[in-house]
Design a protein around this ligand. Structure first.
Ligand SMILES: Cc1ncc(COP(=O)(O)O)c(C=O)c1O
Length: 396
């Protein structure tokens, strides 16, 4: 079972952190292992996932979209229907219940698209925990509805102006806060990134997506999907939907990275397609870096994919060839966004639109008897201002 005891997925993962954080990571690892074996904790997580988040999320056969494309039958795993509008809530329910169990009263988090921040602020409000969310200046601007939501939920949103003012910089600041306040503070990482045990813990909290979807596909279609597709920022919704399909070799697994303005431009966030291994945020994994090894600025129209790193398990799955990683550009994601809106009446998050764009390309090369399951990781309400801007529409 991966990772190994030291948190390695093959060559990737581990713990590259200041010494002051080592005891905190060890404390977290122990607490998580104990919680995993505690039936009462598992019941508590399941209770909130069912009655608060609204799980199981449905799998929906997108018949009109499939007809329009004329290839494989496309199914959507509707994580957009979860409370707060994305898959991020699955992980925050798990981590904040763990924080409460560990007696930590203060929560810090980083957020890019704001969905992880909203999910953290939501569960912190529910459990009566103090919550501070770090967010890059650029993301505060492009995801302003989510910033206001976090404040309404009682969280303090701290603006991070360093670097490019995006997720990477927010994560640096959240880690700095954690180092300073480690005794009373729990750091909720929002993806399968960061030092061990975060990648395995977040994957396990998100694995409910694929566990449900596998059963739902068998029940609805009477067969496994031929292909499962998800977008990859840090990689948590992808690991969540892939995990229970990994042993099933007949199911093709495809991750879609942000191709931004195109891989030739350097204005993208396609870490696995264009990066090489290095250390970022406490883990060894693929990373977009310049010749000197400095982390490269990245770009994506979608704030949740605008990250130069990726979870270490994805690096392992890329090298092993079990998962194929492709890209979709900003333009292709926008096209997919509009297509889903018009054919199915669903506004997908711009992150999820990348997965959809990838699936549309793949479906066109497949036949009607085949099927593709797409992780629709979140809803597009938060992205309406961004999409309006691309259309030259001014919202009042
Ligand atoms: C709706 C949605 N999908 C996907 C992502 C990307 O994160 P991950 O790759 O960890 O699933 C985000 C991140 O903010 C998001 O909000």
């Amino acid at each position: 079972m991966l990772p190994d005891k030291r948190g390695y997925f093959g060559a990737y993962g581990g713990r590259f952190v200041p010494e002051t954080l080592m005891p905190a990571l060890e404390e977290l690892t122990q607490a998580y292992q104990q919680a995993q074996q505690d039936a009462a904790f598992q019941r508590e997580v399941s209770y909130y996932l069912k009655h608060y988040v609204g799980r199981p999320s449905p799998v929906y056969r997108a018949a009109a979209l499939s007809k329009k494309i004329g290839g494989a039958d496309i199914y959507l795993k509707r994580e957009d229907l979860n409370h707060t509008g994305a898959h991020k809530i699955n992980n925050t329910v798990g981590q904040l219940l763990l924080a409460r169990r560990m007696g930590k009263k203060r929560i810090v988090a980083e957020t890019g698209a704001g969905q992880h921040g909203v999910a953290t602020a939501t569960v912190a409000a529910l459990l009566g925990l103090q919550c501070v969310v770090y967010m890059g200046e650029e993301d505060i601007y492009r995801q302003s509805p989510n910033v206001f939501r976090m404040r309404l939920l009682g969280a303090e949103v701290v603006k991070v102006s360093s670097g490019s003012g995006t997720l990477k910089d927010a994560m640096n600041e959240a880690m700095r806060d954690w180092v300073t306040n480690v005794r009373n503070t729990f750091y909720v990482i929002g993806s399968v990134a960061g030092p061990h045990p975060y990648p395995v813990m977040v994957r396990n909290f998100q694995a409910i997506i694929g566990e449900e979807a596998r059963e739902q596909m068998l029940a609805q279609r009477g067969a496994l999907p031929d292909c499962v597709v998800a977008c990859v920022g840090g990689g948590s919704n992808a690991m969540g939907i892939f995990y229970h399909f990994l042993p099933l070799q007949e199911v093709k697994l495809v991750g879609v990275e942000a191709g931004g303005l195109g891989l030739h431009t350097e204005q993208h966030a396609a870490t696995l397609n264009a990066g090489r291994p290095g250390v970022l945020h406490g883990a060894y994994s693929y990373l977009l870096q310049d010749v000197a090894g400095q982390v490269r600025p990245v770009h994506s129209i979608s704030a949740g994919l605008d990250y130069p790193g990726v979870g270490p398990e994805h690096s392992y799955l890329k090298d092993s060839g079990r998962v194929q990683y492709i890209t979709a550009t900003d333009e292709e994601a926008l096209e997919a966004f509009h297509l889903l809106a018009r054919t199915e009446g669903i506004l997908p998050a711009l992150e999820s639109s990348h997965a959809l764009a990838g699936a549309i390309k793949l479906a066109a090369q497949m036949n009607k008897q085949q099927s593709i399951l797409v992780c629709l990781s979140g809803r597009g309400d938060k992205d309406v201002p961004t999409v309006a801007k691309t259309m030259g529409v001014e919202l009042i």
